[in-house]
Design a protein around this ligand. Structure first.
Ligand code: SF4
Length: 124
């Protein structure tokens, strides 16, 4: 791992884990999910909730936890900007980026690379 990436990760990882319970997917979409990390969803869904959200807004898998997508919707309504980015279609997760710096991937554009046949929101 390059020195720069090590330094950025040393700042990014503890900061984002503490604030957003970040799972270091390397392709951050917090601004599109009301600052609720979608990788906390046990099904890793990045385009909204599954069909199992409980009537009280809790998760189908972890009944004692709030669905991250219920939190995402509520959080998106409170955002002063990016409010409607929750409506953007997200590309599939690129697991090759797991553990890498989403900040570096954002600057380099690596997080925008989509599988063949997909187009990112930015390309539309
Ligand atoms: S979307 Fe990815 S980078 Fe962003 S907080 Fe969640 S796990 Fe971390």
């Amino acid at each position: 791992m390059r020195v720069l990436e090590r330094l950025v990760l040393a700042a990014e990882k503890p900061l984002k884990e503490a604030i957003w319970d970040c799972r270091m997917c390397g392709q951050c979409i917090l601004h599109s999910t009301g600052l609720s990390c979608p990788m906390r969803c046990p099904k890793n869904l990045r385009n909204g909730p599954c069909g199992g959200v409980r009537a009280d807004g809790n998760c189908e898998v972890y009944a004692d936890k709030r669905c991250v997508w219920v939190e995402a919707w509520e959080g998106s309504r409170r955002l002063p900007i990016f409010k409607d980015h929750i409506l953007h279609l997200q590309k599939p997760v690129d697991w090759q980026l797991q553990g890498t710096s989403s900040w570096i991937n954002l600057v380099s554009g690596r997080d925008q690379v989509a599988p063949k046949g997909w187009e990112t929101h930015a390309e539309r």
